[in-house]
Design a protein around this ligand. Structure first.
Ligand code: HEC
Length: 394
């Protein structure tokens, strides 16, 4: 069972990554293409521009028709399964880790003592609420102005980040903010972009003039998706960086890095339109650096003590607070094997991971998970002093 879960996790993560690359890659490509089209030799009705490129041993000539060509080609490629596969694999991964393992990975009893079903309900509810709020904003007058919309959606997502970090484990909260963004992006494809394109195709086939408002709405959603890519990707790799997710004010660092991501994306969008503005890129980089500096400055001082404990004393602390999960044969419910392969049942294991242990259990309180066993600040200080003194087994 444990092995099955680990292999399912690997398969889903791999698929999620590959599908995400295919989706975002093709979406970046079309954004780039759109902004490089030039009026060419083709002057037929409805031609918006054309572009020549060279790749993999051949030359390509693309022609864009706005709103649609007068006749539909026999084969039309839609580019939708990349998005759907990304969402399906991502949702299954979320369910496997955070819903099947809700007890361990989603609920943080130190924050809120939720039953697994309650936590799962809040998680699923947040995905649905995210879409309803986003879609509502798009259809409201705010949706007509990209900047106003961006500001409003940013505030909504930051509020979601703040709220979810109150009720879920830090990682669980972060992944749900990422899942809200990802769900909105895929729902844009499934519920707006593709249906609108289908209507246009049907109108052309019926010999009617296609309704330009359909294309306009699809474009609005596709521009939003473009700006959301960098933030959502950042969230998906944030689990490697406890300095962000396990820090106090983690929702704020996430918001700051989101701003950096959107700004950097904006620079490339402008550049694609031939409006290179290095100051926009510099601003994005500056925001990133400011987040890093503020994050470092805001980190509380790790608890310290002048008394370096004996190995036996450290052993007792680790045995009480860590070993149910971080050992060759974990006994904790829902932990089939040592998380990330980190085992602390020997002095070697402790020494090998000393720096990470310091980060997770001394400098931050992100371990033990949810502090189920009530590890005290004094115990953290002792563990820290032992690590600082060289993590020696006497
Ligand atoms: C209830 C099970 C559980 C307990 C108890 C627990 N951990 Fe963890 N630990 C995990 C899980 C699950 C992860 C992986 C998810 C994450 O990184 O948050 C993890 C990750 C870690 C990591 C990061 C490993 C890596 O390579 O990314 C460190 C370090 C760590 N724990 C240290 C500790 C220490 C020290 C203690 C005891 C003070 C402890 N943990 C107690 C479950 C536990």
């Amino acid at each position: 069972m444990a092995a099955l879960e680990a292999w399912a996790n690997l398969a889903l993560r791999w698929l999620h990554l590959v599908a995400g690359i295919a989706w975002i890659g093709s979406s970046f490509y079309f954004m780039w293409l759109d902004s490089h089209l030039k009026p060419g030799a083709e002057r037929r009705d409805g031609v918006a521009g054309e572009l020549w490129s060279v790749h993999s041993g051949g030359f390509y000539r693309q022609i864009k028709f706005m709103v649609a060509p007068s006749e539909m080609p026999e084969t039309l490629h839609w580019f939708k399964w990349e998005a759907y596969t990304t969402w399906i694999s991502g949702f299954l991964l979320l369910a496997l880790i955070f819903y099947l393992g809700a007890d361990l990975n989603l609920v943080d009893k130190a924050k809120l003592d939720l039953a697994p079903w309650q936590a799962i309900g809040i998680g699923l509810g947040s995905l649905a609420a995210g879409w309803i709020a986003y879609d509502g904003l798009c259809r409201s007058p705010i949706g007509q102005n990209l900047r106003a919309f961006g500001a409003a959606w940013f505030v909504a997502l930051t509020a979601a980040g703040w709220g979810l970090t109150r009720v879920f484990s830090d990682l669980g909260a972060f992944m749900h903010v990422g899942a809200i963004i990802g769900t909105v992006m895929v729902a844009n494809v499934l519920l707006i972009i593709i249906p609108n394109q289908r209507k246009v195709v049907a109108q052309v086939l019926a010999g009617q003039a296609p309704d330009p408002s359909l294309g306009k709405q699809a474009k609005q959603r596709s521009v939003h998706n473009n700006y959301m890519t960098l933030p959502v990707l950042l969230i998906m790799i944030s689990n490697h960086y406890p300095m962000i997710f396990a820090a106090p004010l983690n929702w704020l660092w996430l918001a700051g890095l989101g701003v950096a991501g959107v700004t950097i994306r904006h620079f490339f969008n402008l550049k694609n339109q031939g409006k290179t503005q290095p100051q926009v890129l510099a601003f994005g980089a500056l925001v990133f650096v400011l987040v890093a500096l503020a994050n470092e400055a805001a980190r509380p001082k790790p608890p310290t003590t002048d008394l370096v404990p004996t190995y036996a004393a450290v052993r007792a602390i680790v045995d009480q607070h860590c070993i149910t999960c971080h050992s060759a044969n974990p006994t904790h419910k829902g932990v089939p094997m040592a998380p990330a392969g980190t085992m602390f049942d020997t002095p070697e294991g402790l020494r090998k991971h000393a720096e990470k242990i310091y980060t997770r259990a001394v400098a931050t309180t992100s371990m033990p998970q949810g502090n189920e066993t009530g590890m005290t600040q004094a115990e953290r200080a002792s563990l820290g002093a032992w690590i600082k003194a060289g993590a020696k087994a006497d």
